[in-house]
Design a binder for this molecule. Structure first.
Ligand code: 5AD
Ligand code: FES
Length: 353
């Protein structure tokens, strides 16, 4: 199978499992030459699948950016440890818990605690925070996005009540992984973490950046095969956006078109996956998140961090939602979701099994 029409047909009719990495790589090349007709067909099919499973609902996750201190040095990331011009902060347990309390009042039933790999957040500190949020709001899910930790650490946080974990795999190609990360980080460990998290009973999210430096369509085809085979509960994909204080400052951003195309393909390969329309997509286009929803995304993540630190959690340049209060950010997204005929729901938004 290798012409674009038969691949579009296979993806649209639940036969994406038959496609090889070669098929997908060639297909992505074709999509770029075709002027939008294939993207239109993919978007329509992906939207139909999303609505069949999740209806008109779009789930919200309250994002709390707990720290921009990081011991890692990922070449693409604005909070990498080599960025000496980054003004660092970390939120203490009380502040994080009060962000979650505020979010609860605004209708959030999932909180995502995301941060750099900051050693301040020992298992004890994290378990205390998770336990406090879960005991005040037992109807809520707690999602962690704290990078690579030991199996024991993941287990303790799971025992403390954490429900989900986001750890983007970043690229499913070891050589490409090495081009994006310092030698101290390993592709094997990252993938191992994902399997460990799943085994411990977390709902797990992986994902990658679209248009990251040196990425080819062959790399993306391998990402798609990895995602199809791993079948994550959640999958975070957004465009790469350069940060001026990183070695990748002068690489171009990923595009809206390609990000939306990949959202649609991932929806068709993994129909039940929870797929956010990311802040990075909203950063490169004023209606980027709306376009992501129309392409098959069904999750949005308004910012619940204290306004005073939002600008400092700068993974990439020109990040949006840094000046708004939590309530404003939520209302803004509510309006955006309605503008594309969908609705935000007050629900934990678990994956439909
Ligand atoms: N552009 C877009 N996304 C980025 N991330 C980190 N740096 C950037 C960037 N410059 C993404 C990574 C990480 C997630 C938290 O943010 O994929 O896993
Ligand atoms: Fe945050 Fe619009 S979504 S301000």
């Amino acid at each position: 199978m290798n012409d674009a029409a038969s691949i579009t047909d296979a993806l649209s009719h639940g036969r994406g499992g038959e496609l090889s990495a070669d098929d997908l790589a060639g297909f992505l090349d074709e999509c770029e030459l075709d002027g939008g007709a294939i993207d239109g067909a993919l978007g329509e099919a992906a939207r139909a699948v999303t609505e069949r499973i999740y209806g008109k609902s779009v789930y919200v996750r309250g994002l709390i950016e707990i720290s921009n201190i990081c011991k890692n040095d990922c070449l693409y990331c604005g909070i990498r440890k080599s960025n000496k011009n980054c003004v660092r902060y970390r939120l203490d347990a009380d502040t994080i818990v009060s962000c979650a309390d505020e979010g609860y009042e605004l209708g959030f039933r999932t909180f995502v605690l995301q941060g750099g790999e900051d050693v301040y957040y020992t298992d004890e500190v994290m378990c205390d925070i998770i336990g406090r949020i879960k005991s005040s709001h037992p109807d809520c899910a707690v999602t962690l996005s704290l990078g690579e930790r030991s199996r024991d650490s993941y287990r303790r946080m799971r025992d403390a009540g954490a429900d989900r974990y986001l750890l983007r795999h970043e690229t499913a190609n070891p050589d490409h992984y090495a081009q994006l990360h310092p030698a101290s980080m390993s592709y094997e460990n990252r993938i191992q973490c994902l399997y460990t998290l799943r085994e411990l009973g977390y709902q797990v999210g992986c994902g990658f950046m679209v248009g990251s430096p040196y990425q080819t369509n062959r790399h993306i085809a391998n990402d798609l095969c990895f995602i199809r085979d791993f079948y994550p509960d959640m999958c975070g994909i957004g465009p790469f956006v350069p940060h001026h204080e990183t070695p990748f400052a002068s690489f171009p951003s990923g595009t809206v078109e390609k990000t939306c195309r990949l959202l649609s393909i991932i929806r068709l390969l993994c129909p039940r996956v929870l797929l956010p329309s990311t802040t990075a997509l909203g950063t490169i286009h004023p209606r980027g998140r709306e376009m992501g929803i129309l392409a098959g995304a069904n999750v949005v993540m308004p910012n619940l961090s204290p306004v005073g630190v939002r600008k400092q959690y700068e993974l990439y340049d020109n990040k949006i939602c840094t000046g708004e209060e939590s309530a404003q950010c939520r209302d803004c997204l509510e309006m955006r979701v309605r503008s594309v005929g969908r609705e935000i729901v007050t629900d934990r938004g678990d994956v439909k099994k």
